[in-house]
Design a binder for this molecule. Sequence first.
Ligand code: ATP
Ligand code: MG
Length: 424
Amino acid sequence: MTKKIQAIRGMNDILPKQTKDWQKVEDTLHRVLANYGYQEIRLPLLEMTDLFQRSIGEVTDIVEKEMYTFQDLNGDSLTLRPEGTASCVRAVLQHNLLTQGIQRLWYYGPMFRHERPQKGRYRQFYQFGVEALGVPGPDVDAELIFMTARFWQELGLKGLQLELNSLGSPESRTNYREALVAFFTKHQSALDEDSQRRMRTNPLRILDSKNPQIQDLINEAPRILDYLDDKSREHFDLLQNLLNKVGIAYKINPRLVRGLDYYTRTVFEWTTDQLGAQGTVCAGGRYDGLIAQLGGNTTPAAGFALGLDRLVALLKDKGLIESQTSVDAYLVAVGIQAEKQALYLAEELRTKIPTIRLQTNYNGGNFKNQLKKADRSGARWALILGEDEITQNTVGIKDLRGTQPQQFIPWNKLPDHINQQLKG
Ligand code: ATP
Ligand code: MG
């Protein structure tokens, strides 16, 4: 027998039973994004490799070891996007969106990182990305956080923890970096190999290490908040005031540095302890330097990315997504005449009831057999068309989920009848 080909490790199929859950979450997020006046932008999955190297930073997990990079037939180095902010900024600059007043954007789709696959960590995963461009003040940082809080509220999700930090300005970060290097140099022997290398290349990344053996040392390291410049301190205080005012609880985590280089000032993460090790559901912050770094005018910006795989898993674990059916009615047709008529009847119902989800039976089969299929489809009702119904111009309606006795409805009354039932 020919060997069956399997999907690539860490790249999952989302099967029909699951897509319903995803759609429900996606719909809620779309609605809330519209509440805040954000517009959707659709971006390519492939970009020039240079874009990510210049934005995410050479010495980050993503650029060092997680990118799917290859040469295309022209010899260009291309990369499957590992995140969306760089592409979004590229598009904004390429199409001059800022001069047209388009400043608030969102996008959704798969991202690709060559990580070790495990629960909540995949090689193709899905993110909603949200970016607010051109606003320097903490009000927009606050708005982004309000929006995420509203996501959870609309989804019925309780118990996520908001962690907050400020990375200050590039200048204050340089001072902090020196202090950090001095500290880790003193404790060099206690560091793992990765962290020793990072001490020379990107010491802030050490704080991001997931190695449990160096967590105690990391906890003793100097705190970035003690090195903030006055303006960044003020920005951070104002943000906290705004959050306090609307009653959003948060915890300041001075170790929160985020995995990408482009952040300045505000960084935040929403985490849960209910997903095992991969507990960050949503993460973001301010990136005032990135747009200039990618060739635009200096423009402040802030944004976040929300991991859908983790969010859907969490909602599912907590029983917050009900399984949805995909059909309302299943049309059973027994006999040659009925089979012929069924196709037309189904079309007519779809015309007259635009919201109906109606599946017709194919490949014949006897009555019992077709009813079984109707039941398995998850439909609420079986619509039954047999020889008798054809001669009497009626359709039988059998309630597959309740105890209502079967009814016979004349064809011309059927759309109204179904409409009533769907509303009820
Ligand atoms: P982590 O520390 O978990 O590796 P990160 O800092 O690399 O996360 P970001 O690049 O900020 O993550 O991405 C934002 C969100 O996207 C994460 O909080 C998470 O929900 C999701 N995410 C990131 N990488 C993956 C992945 N490999 N599989 C599933 N979801 C992911
Ligand atoms: Mg990561």
